[in-house]
Design a protein around this ligand. Structure first.
Ligand SMILES: *[C@@H]1O[C@H](CO)[C@@H](O)[C@H](O)[C@H]1NC(C)=O
Ligand SMILES: *[C@@H]1O[C@H](CO)[C@@H](O)[C@H](O)[C@H]1NC(C)=O
Ligand SMILES: *[C@@H]1O[C@H](CO)[C@@H](O)[C@H](O)[C@H]1NC(C)=O
Ligand SMILES: *[C@@H]1O[C@H](CO)[C@@H](O)[C@H](O)[C@H]1NC(C)=O
Ligand SMILES: *[C@@H]1O[C@H](CO)[C@@H](O)[C@H](O)[C@H]1NC(C)=O
Ligand SMILES: *[C@@H]1O[C@H](CO)[C@@H](O)[C@H](O)[C@H]1NC(C)=O
Ligand SMILES: *[C@@H]1O[C@H](CO)[C@@H](O)[C@H](O)[C@H]1NC(C)=O
Ligand SMILES: *[C@@H]1O[C@H](CO)[C@@H](O)[C@H](O)[C@H]1NC(C)=O
Ligand SMILES: *[C@@H]1O[C@H](CO)[C@@H](O)[C@H](O)[C@H]1NC(C)=O
Length: 538
């Protein structure tokens, strides 16, 4: 969502906090200066302090500006050039070794000459409405030729038409069941329209598929994405404007869909005879903005949708099937197609002085659907400054106890593809040697509090580390919350814990820790700075 872009620059100073947390984990527990002999449990507090001192918010801001100057979609020329830039950057930090590891994988792209379009057609097949080809340019920096048109990665290509459009709320299983059982809705050969939110978009598509629909439109409703109203949106606020569209993958798996269970090496077998061999959606899917969605939703017939299904567009939401004018049709012309392209992972190593064959990995993905200011470049910028601070220590002769590996992943947005293929490639090695994987995807999406997800094995270390970090928000310090931990425990307390502890989510899936966690069983965590999600849910 591009509306996040401006907000992120405002709070860039918060980034330091997130990376300092991660440093606390590595340094506090896994590091020892080269000159000292290692003692069990010993921590050299001066090292974490030096690292915190070394990191500068201005550097993070400057990296973020560079990273977001151009689109950097996976599998494009920018995938390689950003990899080369990062590789150069790490070489300058005196890392022991830097490498770029490519994988040739199945990705998916729209056809720019023939963009995805959805039509409202009348009985003569005349176009009443056609969705926008590209998003409206709201700031001059957005006017760049390599911005990809809106699409759902791995949608089935082709043209589908139906007179029976059905509104399915969030497209959850319970939404479909309610329509089927309480409204006798038959989804066979229909096109459904779902709003974004609550569940992963790929699950909306597979639910539509399982209930028999042949196409799905997914739109962002102002109720979920412009909650201060349609006039308080980007570029005046961070909420989504009516012309904004959420791109994303609709693949429900992880890793290259054409090499399930093994790495995408040059020699690896791929069945390229038939798309149906791959675990991909078998229906067409397309994202639209709410300015387009109202044209369809506002002309629908059928029962009025229940109150909790009503969004914030100025219409009465109806369930369908179909339109008031019974001969009107919806037609989806989807040109998105699968394509083999190369994506690049970059690694920077700082060899451990005591246990070089034990790895602590710190990772972030590099690819974005468009400019990717929050997701993932806020994390990339944070990781860069963190690695620079480590590099300064290395230049002074310091070495960590264990080997640190900084990882920059390709093609995460498509289905965690870069990290998953690499973990599949080195699964046995990682099983023996990986100690912990620390993920940062979006480092900053708000200035309210940190939030963490992690395996229980890392909870204590996250608590301890966050206590060492000074609170960056002067208002919070005035309210007697001097550390990052203090704000965190105040903002997201764990229900019923005694003494009071911050809440930490479980890590499941959804970012590059997934391969480490699910294929290898490595202790993993993910952290970010976020907005007040509690007040938004009320
Ligand atoms: C790579 O770095 C150069 C020099 O700093 C910069 O001009 C260029 O825009 C960077 N490329 C990308 C893709 O970020
Ligand atoms: C149905 O649409 C046609 C144009 O496609 C229009 O002429 C007709 O008046 C519409 N009927 C109603 C009842 O709105
Ligand atoms: C975008 O750039 C092109 C070419 O430079 C220009 O013709 C066009 O008017 C610009 N569009 C906007 C909305 O700024
Ligand atoms: C159908 O509606 C009734 C009354 O609203 C509700 O009690 C019941 O749970 C619904 N059934 C399903 C399957 O949602
Ligand atoms: C769906 O429709 C097709 C024809 O369009 C028909 O052959 C099939 O039996 C229908 N399936 C169901 C579950 O109604
Ligand atoms: C219904 O469709 C017509 C024809 O495309 C359009 O002019 C009108 O704005 C639509 N209604 C709503 C409420 O959007
Ligand atoms: C469609 O029909 C419903 C009644 O079924 C009516 O309330 C609504 O205003 C109509 N919408 C349009 C765009 O004509
Ligand atoms: C959609 O695509 C089909 C198949 O290519 C084509 O026949 C049809 O004209 C297209 N629809 C519109 C409204 O252009
Ligand atoms: C946090 O963000 C809000 C909303 O963008 C802003 O009003 C507030 O000043 C920010 N607080 C700090 C301490 O930066």
């Amino acid at each position: 969502m591009q509306g996040k872009r401006r907000g992120i620059l405002v709070v860039v100073v918060m980034v330091a906090v997130v990376l300092v947390l991660a440093i606390g984990i590595i340094i506090g527990h896994f590091a020892v200066p080269k000159t000292q002999s290692y003692q069990q449990g010993a921590e050299d507090e001066s090292i974490s302090e030096k690292l915190i001192q070394e990191m500068k918010a201005e550097n993070i801001e400057s990296y973020l500006r560079d990273l977001t100057a151009h689109p950097h979609l996976a599998g494009t020329a920018a995938d390689l050039s950003t990899a080369q830039n990062l590789s150069e950057f790490w070489k300058q930090q005196s890392f022991s070794r830097v490498s770029i590891v490519p994988y040739r994988v199945l990705l998916s792209y729209p056809d720019k000459e023939n963009p995805n379009l959805v039509y409202l057609l009348d009985s003569n097949g005349q176009t009443l409405h056609r969705t926008q080809k590209m998003e409206k340019i709201l700031r001059p920096e957005q006017n760049q030729s390599d911005v990809v048109p809106p699409f759902h990665a791995y949608s089935k290509p082709g043209s589908v038409t139906s007179e029976k459009l059905i509104y399915v709320n969030y497209g959850r299983v319970e939404d479909f069941i309610w329509l089927k059982e309480n409204k006798s809705m038959n989804f066979n050969n229909t096109i459904v329209i779902a709003r974004y939110g609550k569940i992963f978009r790929g699950d909306k598509v597979s639910n539509a598929e399982n209930f028999g629909a042949k196409g799905i439109l997914i739109y962002s409703d102002p109720a979920d994405y412009a909650i201060d109203g349609e006039t308080s949106v980007y570029p005046d606020s961070w909420w989504l404007p009516g012309t904004g569209v959420q791109r994303g993958t609709v693949y429900n798996g992880e890793g290259d869909p054409s090499t399930v269970g093994y790495p995408s090496l040059e020699s690896s077998y791929r069945d390229i005879s038939d798309r149906s061999e791959w675990p991909l959606p078998t229906i067409s899917s397309h994202p639209i903005g709410y300015n387009d969605a109202i044209q369809f939703l506002g002309n629908m017939t059928g029962d009025v949708a229940p109150p909790e299904w009503q969004g914030k567009l100025s219409i009465t939401y109806r369930l369908g099937p179909g339109f008031n004018n019974t001969s009107w049709k919806v037609q989806m012309n989807i040109s998105t197609h699968d394509e083999y392209r190369t994506t690049y992972n970059v690694f920077g190593f700082i060899e451990g002085s005591v246990e070089p064959d034990r790895y602590v990995l710190i990772g972030n993905h590099r690819d974005a659907w468009v400019f990717g200011a929050a997701d993932p470049s806020s994390g990339t910028a944070a990781m860069m400054e963190m690695s620079r601070a480590f590099g300064q220590m290395v230049k002074q002769g310091w070495r960590p106890r264990r080997t640190l590996i900084f990882c920059s992943w390709g093609a995460e947005e498509y289905g965690l593809i870069g990290s998953w293929e690499w973990v599949e490639n080195f699964v046995k090695n990682l099983n023996q040697r990986a100690v912990a994987y620390l993920n940062v995807d979006i480092a900053v999406q708000g200035n309210y509090s940190m939030r963490a997800s992690s395996t229980p094995s890392l909870h204590k270390i996250i608590y301890e580390s966050s206590k060492k970090i000074p609170n960056p928000n002067p208002e919070e310090v005035k309210s007697d919350r001097p550390s990052l931990y203090d704000t965190w425990v105040n903002s997201f307390p764990r229900k019923g814990s005694q003494p009071k502890l911050p809440f930490i989510n479980a890590v499941g899936a959804g970012s590059d820790f997934t391969g480490f966690l699910q294929l290898v069983g490595v202790s993993s965590m993910d952290t970010r700075y976020t907005y007040n999600t509690v007040s938004l849910l009320l």
